[in-house]
Ligand binder design. Structure first.
Ligand code: AMP
Length: 392
């Protein structure tokens, strides 16, 4: 069983906490600052809890994808400054090599210590035991609150957990697990899942694992075209994975009563925000489907609004281009209306979360997951290494 924070003795302990501070940075007049601090705010309850119990939090996170060592543009310095403001407690940033004594001494001046971007060290992604041991030497307790990276076995998310005896999931991680367990365990019915995005190949695992459990699976985005082509529909120049047509056929044969596909499309002359487009039920040969059409929006919205459980991952179209965002935004509103009528709704994946947030609906759904890939893998029933290591 995974321990929870409440099981741990934290008074006067140095507490290693893996957080997900992989936030967008913005540069304005040469000054770098945090663009969207949702992930920083999501970690605050765990940090405050540790402080309230007299513990000394030592935070670890990666930021971006540094290639080959320290990259000044990906320093966590702006994050430390931002955390200081949000937490209203002094936050110190420190750089490797880390000596346990030196890190501990920092607590003379700071309430919270943040280690520099873990991916500046190549041993992080390699899950090198020597780096895990260096992290472990800094604290006596390990807490993983980074659900978004729990599907990666890295030194700060997995390796270190094996080297610290007292460990637990943080409050954010605990909430993610309990929400997804609720969906996996005994979801209220009807249970409607919406899966979109670019590729069938990326989502095949989640589609196959959800289908036996849901009442309806609504498919959108480019991945719908592989399914439609498998049924013999004209898909024009839409993005189709020809090597997945057989897989799509098998799924459709087995679950034809559950899989729901778009009935109309926004068919454009090219992959561009200023392409000409029209609504079409069959996509002409010289056009590509870039969004679900209005009839599909009505069909999907009706099913979503009559659901008692809704899970959504992946956009319905190329929502980054305003003319092709309508379907995704309409689905966001339908999920919000379903929630208002009592449904339990879970949204995950960077694009769907961005759509919900830009529509201002993030507080109108039951749970916005901080994990995209991690949420999909958890729902597929794959044991996430970052969570499994907390039990070991
Ligand atoms: P994913 O990362 O698999 O969830 O896919 C997200 C991406 O799929 C977004 O960048 C969308 O622009 C893209 N996408 C969604 N629908 C389509 C479509 N009909 N044609 C091409 N790309 C699409």
């Amino acid at each position: 069983m995974t321990h929870t924070l409440g099981d741990l003795h934290l008074q006067d302990q140095f507490v290693l906490v893996r957080v997900d501070f992989n936030v967008p940075l913005v540069t304005n007049g040469g000054k770098v600052s945090v663009g969207d601090d949702t992930r920083i705010r999501a970690a605050i309850p765990t940090i405050r809890y540790i402080l309230s119990k007299g513990g000394h939090p030592i935070l670890m996170s990666h930021l971006g994808r540094p290639k080959g060592g320290a990259t000044p543009e990906l320093s966590l310095a702006p994050v430390a400054a931002h955390l200081h403001t949000v937490l209203d407690r002094p936050v110190g940033l420190t750089t490797p090599p880390y000596s346990p004594d030196a890190v501990r001494e920092l607590f003379d001046d700071y309430d919270v210590v943040l280690l520099e971007n873990t991916r500046f060290d190549d041993r992080e992604k390699a899950n090198d035991p020597s780096l895990a041991a260096e992290f472990a030497a800094l604290g006596s307790v390990y807490i993983n609150d980074a659900f978004g990276t729990a599907h990666r076995a890295h030194a700060s998310t997995e390796g270190v957990a094996h080297k610290v005896k007292h460990k637990a999931a943080g409050l954010l991680m605990g909430r993610e697990i309990s929400v997804l367990d609720k969906v996996l365990g005994n979801p209220a019915r009807p249970f409607v899942a919406i899966v979109g995005g670019a590729k069938v190949s990326d989502k095949i695992g989640i589609v196959e694992s959800l289908l036996p459990r849901v009442d309806k699976l609504l498919i959108g985005g480019a991945m719908a075209y592989t399914f439609l082509k498998a049924l013999g529909h004209e898909t024009g120049s839409s993005l189709v994975e020809d090597d997945r047509l057989d897989t799509a056929r098998v799924i459709l044969d087995q679950f034809d009563d559950k899989v729901v596909l778009p009935v109309d499309h926004v068919a454009a002359t090219g992959f561009s925000a200023d392409a000409n487009f029209e609504v079409a039920t069959d996509i002409p040969a010289d056009r590509m489907g870039l969004d679900i059409g209005p009839e599909t929006v009505a069909l999907y919205s009706g099913m979503i609004e009559s659901a008692a459980t809704v899970v959504w991952n992946g956009p319905m179209g190329v929502f980054e281009m305003p003319p092709f965002a309508k379907g995704t935004v309409a689905i966001a509103h339908a999920v919000a209306r379903a929630t208002d009528s009592g449904a339990f709704s879970v949204i995950g994946g960077g694009d769907s979360v961005a759509a919900i947030t830009s529509a201002g609906l993030e507080d109108e759904v039951s749970h916005v997951s901080t994990g995209g890939g991690a949420m999909l893998e958890y729902l597929e029933g794959i044991e996430l290494p970052g969570i499994a290591a907390l039990r070991a």
